[in-house]
Design a protein around this ligand. Sequence first.
Ligand code: CO
Length: 296
Amino acid sequence: MEKEEKDKWLLAGKIGKEARELGISMCKPGTLVLDIAEAIEKIIRESGAKPSFPPNISINQIAAHYTPKFEDKTELKEGDVVKIDVGASVDGYLSDTAATAVVGGAEIPLVTSVKSALDSVMKIIKPGLAVLELSSVIEDTIRKAGFSPIVNLGGHGVGRYSLHEGEFIANSRNYSDSYLRKEGVVAVEPFATTGGGYVVDSSEVQILSFLGRKNVRSQLGREILGFIEGEYHELPFAKRWIIQKFGRLADTELKGLVATGALNEFNVLKEKDNGIVAQFEHSFLFDEGKVTVTTL
Ligand code: CO
């Protein structure tokens, strides 16, 4: 890998880690989730990067894909289990990393189990490894602690301007059939829950991504779509960001753009049995046979 490319992956990882730690440090009773998201976005931008995707701040039975809505008033409460999943983009070279905080309290066994699962992954991960090896250690660590891995969420390959590509790194051996790439970046993200271990779409959507150019009738809709393509490429973005820039009317335009197939929606993901969910994630760079955890 060229040095310049490698340096960008590493820098994206370092900024992602700082953003994750800032988010975790803000998980206190009474804090607005919107303030946490905006602080994360600010530290990423001030470091000269852009968010890889909107900060996901997912509480309790929400597993992923929640980012605060425009003027969101949600406050963290004592005991909330909060997943902070963030990443930075340096010229399209991405990081993706997550951690879980318990608001106002000590770590709980559910959280410890996922942290241990990721620690075990870090001990054995290497380029070209059978994903089954990782899936097994994740599943076993979580089940031994008395919880369920979430089987339909998992890690993934990462490319330039491409957050999910190539191998799927399942959290359960039954879903595992690929091999890790030899060169490049992968993100591994174990999830555990007190429920059965399966997430479903809720009806709420706060995150979207660009799919393709379409004929759009409204002037504002065309303007918004052009902005999205130029600014985010195919990376996910927050509805909130568009409303901030284009005003409240943008909400309706976004719905129209989804209907024409220009945009893709990411529904907020909820554990099917309303189990509490915990998650940890690191990004790993493989280069000339060596492994670097870019978000450590
Ligand atoms: Co990820």
